[in-house]
Write a protein that binds this ligand. Structure first.
Ligand code: SF4
Length: 90
């Protein structure tokens, strides 16, 4: 199969694109899917998860779901029990 036909069959986005720009709906679906599959030992308990997200919502470093301090997607970082805010807000 030629390279052009292969790219049409399996489209890729530019490596310089943000995930949100490439396909925001797919990103949201993937995020929900990853969180749903995370095992209980790894996952932050629900009340603590919400507390962490509240801190991120009130933080000036939150930018479109990412933390400007560490570059993480805050919903993923906050969902992992052992993770910490780089500024010790949670
Ligand atoms: S992880 Fe910490 S520094 Fe980053 S957005 Fe959340 S509260 Fe702010």
């Amino acid at each position: 199969m030629s390279e052009n036909r292969e790219e049409k069959k399996n489209p890729r986005f530019c490596r310089r694109c943000l995930l949100e720009e490439a396909d925001p709906e797919a990103y949201q679906r993937d995020l929900v899917s990853v969180l749903a599959r995370m095992d209980r030992e790894t996952r932050t308990p629900p009340a603590e998860y919400e507390r962490r997200l509240d801190a991120c919502r009130a933080c000036g470093r939150l930018n479109a779901g990412t933390c400007e301090a560490c570059g993480c997607y805050v919903e993923l970082r906050a969902a992992v029990r052992r993770q910490k805010c780089p500024y010790r807000k949670w």
